[in-house]
Structure formats: structure tokens, C-alpha cells
Design a protein around this ligand. Sequence first.
Ligand code: ZN
Length: 143
Amino acid sequence: MSRYISAELSQRIRASAQNRCGYCLSPQRLVMARLEIEHIIPLIKGGSNDESNLWLACPLCNGHKASKVEAVDPKTGETVPLFNPRTQSWAEHFRWSGDGTQVVGTSPTGRATVAALCLDSDLDAIAVRQYWVEAGWHPPEAI
Ligand SMILES: [Zn+2]
């Protein structure tokens, strides 16, 4: 299947996602790189280019997610589906650490997604978020 996504569809997804990463909530205005249209279910795993399978992700999260659709919840050892930013509520699966630099999973899916996407361990992201916190730009309000 082609990876082509029309400019119109891309624009619609950016608007639906409030122009921020569905996983770490980084807004486009604070990220140097262009946020990417990601396949919630990757094409290689049978996902489609349908709008219902597309969302916005920062290059870090999208890179860590790669072709994953599920991961192990480190608390229970169970394999569970990754967070779906289109259909699930961020606040029901995650919260910010006390210092605002790390995402903490609060459900099996949240914990598995944090582990798989390095939402609490990517040192570059943690370092950048420390500056965002100092500037008063972070953490954001959850959806
Ligand atoms: Zn992200």
C-alpha cells in the first residue's frame, strides 16, 4: 500500500491532534522537527492510510514506536495494546512526573506505551523538557 497521504488529510489530522504529539504531547511550536503523520497500526502490520488509522507524533515517539502495536506492561508482565491517541484519553493512561519531565503510565496500556516509546527514559527529551518547565511552557494540559 502506498504511504501517500494528501495535504488535505494531513492538515485535518494536524488539526484533530491539536498540532501536538499524541504520545508525549509536545506541541509543534516547541519542536524543531516537523511532527509526523503516524500510522496507529503500521502499514506493515495491516494498517491503512484511512484517517481513522492516522494521528500526529513527534519524530522521537514515532521512531521509538516504529512498527510496534503492543508491548509488555512492566508491572504485570502482560502484553497489551499500545495507547491509541485517536480513540483513547491521554489522561486516563498517563500523567506527568512531579518535575514534569517524564510521562508516567497509570494503566497497563499506559505503562507499556511509556516503556515502548521511552516516554520516561529518553534523555534528550527529558533534557529539553527541563528547559520547557523552567520557561513555564510545560507540562501541558492533557486532552
Ligand atoms: Zn512525542
